[in-house]
Design a protein around this ligand. Structure first.
Ligand SMILES: *Cc1c(COP(=O)(O)O)cnc(C)c1O
Length: 394
C-alpha cells in the first residue's frame, strides 16, 4: 500500500470495501512505463503527470516513475512541479519538470528544475526580461501552435521571433514542442504537416530538442519518427488513445463497491427516481453503494455494467449520488449476498470500454473517478478485496 486513504481491514487481513473505492495499481504504472520506454529507445522520455497524474495521485505516481528512472515530467502548474521535485528530492535525485500552462502573466518560477512552457511571444519577452533583471539564464520550453489553435506561438509570432532572435537573449531553450490535432491517429497526414511546421518554424533559431508525440504516437510510430523528446501520459495509466496499435497496456485502475441489499420485484415494477426503469419480468435487484458522488458517470446507471460474483450484469434504475442498482436475476440466488463486492471498473469493464459506452473520453472518466471515489494505492495487481460471502460475513 502506498500512502493514500487506507480502507479498513478485517481480522483475516483482507480489505473491507465499505464504500466505493478506486484502486490505483502502481505496479501496473511501472509495467506500462517499461512497455512505453521500450517503444521509445532514442528520444528523451517525459512522463505527463498533469492534473494530479490524471486523477490517480501525483505524489504516488511520480514516486513510482522516479524509482523507474524517469527524470523528465510534464505538469500543468508550478504547484504540481513542486510536488514532483519534492518527490524526486525525497528519493535523493533531481528532475526536470515542464509546466504546460505557461507564465500566466507572472515571472518564471525560480526553483531549479522547473521549466515553463511558454505559450505566446509575450511570454518569451517576459521570460527574457526576468533573465535580464536576475542576471541569470532562464531555462524555457517554447510551445508552437502548429495547428491546434489552442496554445503556443502562432506562425506569425514565430516569424517575428525568427526575424529577431535576440528576443531570446538570456533564455536557454530546452525544447521546442507542439501538440498534434489528430493525436489519436498518429499516421494522419495532418500530424506530418504539423511536424514539418515544427521543424521549419524553428530553423535558424537556437537548436534544441523537438517534441511532438504523445502516447498514441509512441505506440504507433517507429523510433526514427519520434523526434527528440516525447510526452507520454495516458499509456502509463493503462488508457488506450489510438486504434492504430495495440500495446498490451496493463490496467491501472479498478473501482469496487459493496452490495447493500438484495430484493425481489415483480414484472412491471419500476426501479429508481422517476420510475426510470420498468422491469419487463420478475427481477432480483442488488443495490450497490456507489454513485456519482464517488465519481461514477450518471449515465452508467442505465445501461452500464457491473461484475458481481464473476458475472457481468446490467445496471438499472439510474445512478444517484451514492447508490446504483444491478439486475442480478441471471445469477443463482445464493450467489449474491449483502456485503459482497460489485466491480464497476476493472477486468472486462476497462476504462476504455466504460468510457466509450458513456461517450466520454477515457481520461475524463479517470479524472472524474479520481476526484470522487476513495482512492487507494496498491503495489500489486490484485488488492485483497472481500468478494465472497464466506469472508464478508466474518
Ligand atoms: C496531456 C498532454 C500530453 C499527454 O498525452 P497522452 O495522450 O495522455 O499521452 C502530452 N502533451 C501535452 C501538451 C499534453 O497536454
Amino acid at each position: 500500500m502506498f500512502g493514500g486513504r487506507t480502507p479498513p481491514m478485517t481480522a483475516a487481513g483482507l480489505t473491507r470495501i465499505d464504500r466505493a473505492t478506486l484502486w490505483v495499481d502502481l505496479s501496473a504504472v511501472r509495467i506500462n512505463y517499461r512497455l512505453m520506454r521500450r517503444r521509445v529507445p532514442r528520444a528523451t522520455f517525459g512522463a505527463v503527470v498533469k492534473a494530479d497524474a490524471y486523477g490517480l495521485g501525483l505524489a504516488a505516481v511520480a514516486a513510482t516513475l522516479v524509482d523507474e528512472g524517469c527524470r523528465q515530467f510534464w505538469v500543468n502548474t508550478a504547484d504540481e512541479a513542486d510536488t514532483v521535485l519534492d518527490v524526486a528530492a525525497g528519493r535523493g535525485t533531481t528532475a526536470t519538470v515542464f509546466t504546460l500552462q505557461g507564465l500566466q502573466g507572472r515571472a518564471p518560477a525560480a526553483r531549479p528544475g522547473v521549466v515553463p512552457v511558454l505559450a505566446a511571444l509575450e511570454e518569451v519577452d517576459r521570460a527574457a526580461a526576468a533573465a535580464a533583471s536576475a542576471d541569470r539564464r532562464v531555462a524555457v520550453a517554447i510551445q508552437l501552435d502548429t495547428g491546434l489553435g489552442r496554445i503556443g506561438l502562432t506562425e506569425t509570432e514565430m516569424t517575428t521571433l525568427a526575424a529577431d532572435p535576440t528576443r531570446l537573449a538570456g533564455l536557454a531553450v530546452v525544447v521546442w514542442m507542439s501538440q498534434t490535432v489528430n493525436y489519436h491517429r498518429p499516421t494522419d497526414p495532418v500530424n506530418a504537416c504539423q511536424r514539418a511546421r515544427l521543424e521549419a518554424w524553428t530553423r535558424g533559431l537556437p537548436a534544441a530538442p523537438l517534441s511532438l508525440l504523445t502516447s498514441a504516437g509512441c505506440e504507433v510510430l517507429p523510433p526514427e519518427a519520434q523526434l527528440d523528446a516525447v510526452r507520454v501520459g495516458s499509456a502509463l495509466y493503462g488508457v488506450r488513445t489510438t486504434e492504430e496499435a495495440r500495446v498490451a497496456l496493463a490496467p491501472v485502475v479498478r473501482v469496487a463497491a459493496p452490495i447493500l441489499r438484495l430484493s425481489d420485484h415483480s414484472a412491471g415494477a419500476t426501479i429508481g427516481y422517476g420510475g426510470v426503469t420498468r422491469l419487463a419480468r420478475a427481477s432480483r435487484i442488488a443495490t450497490i453503494g456507489a454513485g456519482y458522488g464517488d465519481g461514477l458517470a450518471p449515465s452508467l446507471g442505465d445501461g452500464g455494467r457491473a461484475v458481481i460474483a464473476g458475472c457481468e450484469v446490467p445496471l438499472v434504475g439510474g445512478l444517484s449520488m451514492s447508490l446504483v442498482m444491478a439486475d442480478v436475476s441471471a445469477l443463482p440466488a445464493a450467489a449474491v449476498r449483502p456485503g459482497m463486492v460489485a466491480h464497476l471498473i476493472g477486468g472486462p469493464l476497462s476504462i476504455n470500454r466504460v468510457a466509450e459506452q458513456i461517450g466520454w473520453t477515457p481520461n475524463a472518466l479517470l479524472l472524474h473517478l479520481g476526484k470522487g471515489a476513495r482512492r487507494c494505492h496498491t503495489d500489486r495487481a490484485a488488492p485483497p478485496v472481500i468478494d465472497d460471502d464466506r469472508v464478508a460475513n466474518r
